[in-house]
Unconditional design. Structure first.
Length: 638
């Protein structure tokens, strides 16, 4: 029916066609839905001081393909950031004709007057309209195409859906013989409870042994779970893991570093937010823990099972805290300690969420003026990870400048260090005041570098995060937010939503997170992991790059609109590289060994396919499809 209607549209003859009269369903954008003759928030279109009766309200990052017949004359529009966001927001408008950039505006910011654009379309058969963020993130990037029209002497422009790809699974299935996937280094504080599940793929049952296990920690040899108490003596303990099954034996070492630094490699796990939002329950959390084991994610190294917002009481409830000031949970979470204990029985770690403000982002009870008792309560319940989300703290903050942003995190960071438990602190404050410059000094182990990641558009977030190489190191990680793949947004009895970015994009997504040494947190429905999504998440060589002991985030070798090249040095002298085409068209990318900083002879290995490729040429040329990438591990010959 739709294809017939679109075909009929194509037979109509020329004139002036407002964008707002065309089919908008092919538009993809980073937030919200495109609006006809209104802003993306549904208000009358206004840019600066000028109001417009017609146009298209969109949001960065926006992409829209239109098919023309070569008889179009011109495209005109007023463009800019809608006045509804004030002086916030920054965007760049682009127009591509037949795959080539025909126009690119400077960065337009909120509060500016509209800019008029006029693009000749003679002979053009494919028109691509793009809105990019202004180099920061997409927050408040409400972009208007006001009075936008295509003048043509031929057929009406036809909206074209994005290309569809076949989902090819590149990750080989795990072999039946054991493969140990533990990091080679792990940090813990002296005298605290210790829990570690040894990640190991292979045919079960697997029998585990550990050489060099310090006193106070015991091994469940059947499950490969270490439990007990970390030694009180500071120092490095050399552990040798041995895994044996009917198909073979594997050995791998791990340095247990007992001291003050946790998260010596980026934390890995699952978070409930994009999966369940405010519909999250104790039952969902337990199912996620079960699925982490049954799906093989735990065998690949995923360790944390974290509940996000909406587990507490909320505005309007009769009681928010008990008579001693302890926070109360809502009816969906009857016993937080029991839930954490259930997660721990799998050898996994448990995480939760709160805000330094009076309320969380969703309007539930925050930690404001109860920070000490909340930190104590979280430790007593047995949680190992705290996401601390700025939210309503903006309304109660009193200081100015950087101290305004540091204060709540210094306070909670100090409180967590006093607990007799290793608790990671995730600073969720959206990159304000360049948090990467000071997050580690106030007790943070990870810090968000941008706003929330759009479920189907990670590119602006990656583009910003990958420039922060110098600020990542063991125990302190730049956090570009979650891996939103597979199915998400599952509510009460709902089927959820399937991630719509194509297979190539999803491989690029995970490739970038691995190279950027980003926290590796999946945030989709754990009970609906298909083989393609499991292949994205459980490739041991992809994870090995992310978890490398050296703790370096990849440096940016090249960052252009159609070519990103990143190189990550690894502890054993290897170099992992990603060559990425973030553009909307196929791109030919050439790079050299000299550009990568390599001398001598090197060999390459395809990380996703886990397959050797042979010698690396002095100059390599690749043709990459739109949004696709390659991920190689390079090794010095001999």
């Amino acid at each position: 029916m739709l294809s017939t209607w679109l075909a009929c549209l194509g037979t109509l003859q020329g004139g002036v066609h407002p964008l707002s009269t065309l089919d908008l369903r092919a538009i993809t954008q980073g937030w919200g839905q495109p609006q006809v003759n209104k802003s993306v928030d549904g208000r009358p279109i206004k840019i600066g001081t000028k109001s417009f009766a017609t146009g298209l309200g969109s949001h960065a990052s926006m992409v829209w393909r239109l098919k023309l017949d070569g008889k179009a004359v011109r495209f005109t529009s007023w463009v800019g950031v809608d006045a509804e966001v004030g002086t916030r927001g920054s965007v760049v408008f682009q127009v591509f004709c037949n795959g080539k950039l025909a126009l690119e505006t400077r960065t337009l910011e909120g509060g500016e007057e509209p800019l008029f654009i006029d693009v000749p379309l003679k002979g053009v058969k494919e028109l691509l309209l793009v809105v990019k963020d202004g180099g920061d993130d997409i927050n408040y990037d409400h972009a208007d195409w006001a009075e936008a029209t295509i003048e043509t002497t031929g057929a009406t422009p036809v909206s074209v859906m994005p290309p569809v790809e076949k989902a090819e699974i590149l990750t080989p299935k795990p072999k039946p013989s054991p493969r140990l996937n533990n990091p080679t280094i792990y940090g813990a504080r002296p005298g605290n409870p210790f829990l570690f599940r040894i990640p190991c793929q292979g045919l079960r049952p697997i029998s585990f042994k550990v050489e060099g296990l310090p006193e106070g920690i015991t091994l469940d040899a059947n499950e490969g779970i270490l439990r007990g108490t970390t030694p009180t003596k500071r120092g490095t303990y050399s552990l040798n893991f041995i895994a044996t099954n009917a198909k073979g034996k594997a050995r791998k070492s791990m340095k247990l570093v007992v001291g003050d630094t946790l998260a010596l490699t980026p934390p890995m796990g699952w978070n409930s937010w994009n999966a369940h939002y405010d519909k999250v329950t104790d039952a969902y959390m337990r199912k996620a823990a079960d699925a982490m084991v049954s799906s093989g994610l735990a065998d690949a190294g995923f360790a944390y099972v974290n509940v996000d917002d909406c587990w507490m009481t909320k505005k309007g409830d009769a009681r928010l805290r008990d008579e001693n000031g302890r926070i109360l949970t809502n009816s969906r979470f009857p016993d937080m300690k029991a839930m954490a204990d259930y997660i721990h029985r799998h050898g996994l770690k448990a995480g939760l969420y709160t805000s330094p403000g009076p309320w969380t982002c969703a309007g539930y009870t925050g930690a404001w003026q109860h920070e000490a008792i909340d930190a104590q309560t979280f430790a007593e319940w047995g949680f190992d990870f705290l996401k601390y989300d700025w939210c309503s703290y903006e309304g109660v903050a009193t200081l100015e400048g950087r101290p305004r942003f540091e204060k709540p995190y210094i306070q909670m960071g100090d409180l967590l260090k006093k607990q007799k438990r290793d608790i990671l602190l995730n600073m969720c404050q959206y990159g304000m005041d360049k948090v990467w410059e000071w997050g580690g000094s106030v007790g943070g182990h990870t810090w968000r570098t941008t706003g929330d990641i759009p479920p189907n558009n990670f590119w602006p977030v990656a583009a910003h995060n990958m420039t922060l190489t110098e600020f990542a190191k063991p125990g302190q990680w730049n956090d570009p937010d979650y891996l939103v793949l597979g199915w998400y947004a599952v509510g009460d009895g709902g089927t959820g939503v399937r991630a719509t970015h194509g297979p190539s994009e999803q491989y690029s997504y995970v490739t970038l997170w691995s190279l950027m040494a980003a926290p590796f947190f999946y945030s989709g429905d754990m009970t609906r992991l298909d083989d393609f999504t499991k292949g994205l998440l459980t490739n041991p060589e992809v994870i090995e790059v992310n978890q490398d002991e050296l703790g370096k985030q990849a440096r940016v070798v090249r960052q252009l609109s159609d070519a990103w090249i990143l190189a990550k040095p690894l502890a054993n002298g290897d170099v992992a590289i990603g060559v990425v085409n973030p553009g909307e068209f196929d791109s030919k990318i050439t790079f050299t060994k000299a550009e990568l900083g390599l001398k001598g002879d090197w060999t390459s290995r395809d990380v996703w396919r886990m397959k050797d490729r042979g010698p690396l040429a002095d100059k390599t040329t690749l043709t990459l499809r739109r949004k696709s990438s390659v991920f190689w591990r390079l090794r010095k010959s001999n």
